[in-house]
Design a protein around this ligand. Structure first.
Ligand code: 5GP
Ligand code: MN
Ligand code: MN
Ligand code: MN
Length: 272
């Protein structure tokens, strides 16, 4: 692999308010949103066109079957060839074991989690639902891993205890992952909460990221920490020199869909 590739081989990040043409058709344009919580008005909220749409979880308000159906109908009708999506702590029915035990803390009538999972897994039209698994974009070889898990906070879906439990989950992420999707942020990266000013991201996720050094990590969950941050890794025996972190939370802390989708262009060959 050449080490002298030009700067144009780097990933380019844009906000939806200002998106240039792709440098060439060989680049792959990713369009990232998160935490849409059934708050999107399809006529008002513009999703930029691109090759791959990514949704980093909290697709629904409370995981009701109708809410899952509504979100899936929105996503499956987007023009992107692939729509790679994960769940979040609000997508209650998608965590079937959790929902069976906890449904009455959230819902007056019990929903059918199997139906919700069926809707999302069999959406078709390029929708790829990842629950601790990989998807490699055909013909491009770009490998994506998606996981819904976040550190425990008031016992919601896909909540795991900090420490051993989450460490084991992150241990499953393949070293070869190019793009990592998790619902929540890693510790100290776009993870500062408005209320307490605390950094609530996952320490164990950060440790795993230091090993893998994915080119891009997209997440949401902490709505008020929406934004992009680039981290350069100091010494590395891999070709991977930096990670772009994207907190793509579309809704604000008041659950208003005010944040633009974040777009990035992935070069024809893997970046350095
Ligand atoms: P959601 O309920 O949609 O998962 O998260 C909404 C908001 O709850 C976030 O924007 C953040 O302000 C707060 N929140 C979520 N998880 C945590 C957490 O682990 N710790 C703290 N302090 N706040 C959180
Ligand atoms: Mn959310
Ligand atoms: Mn590779
Ligand atoms: Mn969340």
């Amino acid at each position: 692999m050449s080490r002298t590739r030009s700067i144009s081989q780097e990933i380019l990040v844009h906000f939806a308010s200002k998106i240039p043409e792709k440098l060439s058709s060989k680049w792959t344009r990713f369009v990232c949103v998160s935490d849409t919580h059934n708050k999107i008005d399809r006529d008002k909220y513009q999703v930029p066109n691109g090759d791959v749409f990514l949704h980093a979880g909290d697709m629904t308000g409370l995981g009701k079957v109708e809410q899952v159906r509504d979100t899936v109908n929105w996503i499956k009708n987007l023009p992107h060839k692939y729509k790679v999506i994960i769940a979040g702590n609000h997508d209650l029915t998608l965590d079937e074991t959790f929902y069976e035990k906890n449904w009455n803390r959230f819902h007056y009538n019990k929903e059918d989690p199997k139906e919700a999972i069926n809707i999302i897994k069999n959406a078709g039209n390029g929708v790829v639902y990842l629950n601790e698994e990989s998807f490699t974009i055909p013909d491009k070889g770009i490998q994506i891993w998606g996981s819904p898990w976040t550190p425990e906070f008031y016992e919601w879906a896909f909540n795991g205890q900090r420490g051993q439990c989450l460490k084991e989950k992150w241990g499953q992420i393949p070293q070869t992952t190019h793009i990592l999707m998790t619902h929540g942020p890693p510790y100290n990266i776009l993870d500062k909460t408005h209320h307490s000013g605390e950094n609530v991201g996952c320490e164990d996720l950060l440790e795993r990221i230091k090993v893998i050094k994915p080119y891009v990590h997209i997440f949401g969950h902490i709505h008020e920490a929406y934004g992009v941050l680039e981290k350069t890794w100091e010494s590395t025996d891999q070709d991977r020199k930096k990670t772009i972190f994207i907190n793509a939370s579309t809704t604000t802390i008041e659950y208003e869909p005010e944040n633009a989708a974040v777009v990035f262009d992935y070069p024809p060959t893997h970046p350095l």
